[in-house]
Design a protein around this ligand. Structure first.
Ligand SMILES: [Zn+2]
Ligand SMILES: [Zn+2]
Length: 417
């Protein structure tokens, strides 16, 4: 047990880190281009924030949260997602200033107690953006395009963009009622979760995985027939902006987010080769969320993307990135005075931004040379008694085996050459 990480967690090892660093660089690059600034919120928050910010009736809050009582008797939860935390930080730190649009992004670990499977761990990583303070449909399109172009730029093909609208508190009650009435006819055929969803959250029946293939799903009422004028116009404009940007999309009426503070646009991007786990990014508008968390009425929209799943997609497509650059040099020493002299060289080269290390175990020359080759360094810097006395260093190019003795002060120039 001591040497096994908890179920649903994973070490990211040095030979995998290149892919992560690549993703993180791409995230920072595109967010800078779109004008989104990074925010880092705490890994845990008061449980109440997530109950309010995600919704008491959701699977995440009902079944999947890591919640505990701390020594001060507070109920604390490891964040299962980051939107509620960002909104909390926005309010607490008055990021709204004098009004206007605030555009933020984050990268970090999230926690959900769920059955672990490929691309779905209990501690997993998300990249997300949130834009607060503006209800214009052009912003919906910008957010969708950011997600889309991020995934495209990574080199992923076979991406599919699905969009929908979920209406607003004005028009959604009509749709809810229609769904309750319709699915009520098929009550006995619904899965147990949906039987209770039907009362609390009937929109969620539409995206139930268990009931997806059942016959009655196809004829379920469509939201487009229930939208108010404002929601209808908003959705039409989002489509116009996306079309203007040259992005293909599909309208998917089953793409729903069932809670009252979710409004208007919902979207999902799928990497189709991943089959059942194909959603790599998803989000939408939440014009009621800031108020739900205790702030003034404030429009908001965002998305989150799962990094583990994106990495699986990249792997499927054969896109890999190796870790940061290898060592430039490895210092090999013979004897204790050479060791001190080598240490001096080590620090002098590091100050000149040369990536260099040495043997710290006073091993034999042969063992050190082996280690130097294994390290991937281009040069071995060999120091024996002669070199100490002459203030020189024998530089061996480990690729060509060419060897040359040069003075201590010239080593860095030689390596940079
Ligand atoms: Zn509406
Ligand atoms: Zn169901």
């Amino acid at each position: 047990m001591l040497t096994n990480a908890p179920r649903g967690t994973k070490d990211i090892l040095p030979d995998q880190i290149g892919n992560w660093q690549y993703l993180e660089n791409e995230i920072r690059k595109i967010c800078a281009i779109y004008g989104y600034e990074e925010i880092r919120t705490p890994t845990f928050e008061h449980t109440e924030l997530f109950k309010r910010g995600i919704g008491e009736t959701t699977d995440v809050v009902e079944k999947e949260m890591y919640t505990f009582t701390d020594k001060g008797d507070r109920s604390i939860t490891l964040r299962p997602e980051n939107t509620a935390s960002v909104v909390r930080a926005y309010l607490q730190n008055k990021l709204y200033g004098d009004g206007g649009l605030v555009k933020l992004f984050y990268i970090g670990s999230m926690f959900r107690y769920d059955r672990p499977q490929a691309g779905r761990l209990r501690e997993f990583h998300q990249f997300g953006v949130e834009a607060l303070g503006e209800k214009n449909p052009s912003l919906d399109a910008e957010i969708i395009l950011l997600a889309w172009n991020f995934l495209k730029n990574l080199g992923l093909d076979d991406l599919e963009l699905k969009i929908n609208t979920v209406g607003c508190p004005k028009c959604r009650p009509v749709y809810r009622q229609k769904l309750q009435h319709y699915f009520g006819e098929y009550h006995d055929e619904l899965c147990n979760d949906c039987k209770s969803r039907l009362e609390k959250n009937p929109l969620r029946v539409l995206d139930c995985k268990v009931d997806a293939a059942k016959d009655f799903m196809d004829d379920a009422p469509k939201i487009e027939n229930c939208l108010c004028d404002e929601c209808r116009e908003h959705f039409a404009k989002v489509k116009t902006f996306l079309t203007a940007a040259g992005v293909d999309f599909k309208i998917d009426g089953k793409l729903v987010r069932g809670l009252d503070y979710y409004t208007k646009t919902a979207f999902e991007i799928q990497y189709t080769p991943l089959g059942a786990q194909s959603a790599v990014a998803g989000g939408g508008r939440y014009d009621g969320l800031v108020e739900e968390i205790g702030g003034p009425p404030t429009a908001g929209i965002g998305f989150a993307a799962g990094l583990e799943r994106i990495l699986i997609a990249l792997e499927k497509q054969g896109i890999t990135n190796s870790a940061q650059k290898k060592l430039d040099a490895f210092i090999v020493t013979a004897g204790s005075s050479a060791e001190v002299y080598g240490f001096e060289l080590l620090n002098s080269l590091r100050q000149k931004n040369i990536a260099v290390t040495m043997d710290f175990a006073s091993r034999s020359i042969k063992a050190q040379m082996k280690q130097a080759s294994k390290s991937g360094a281009k040069f071995a810097l060999i120091i024996g008694e002669d070199e100490v006395n002459e203030k020189s260093v024998t530089v061996k190019n480990l690729e060509t085996s060419a060897q040359k003795k040069i003075s201590f002060d010239e080593v860095s120039t030689y390596i940079f050459k």
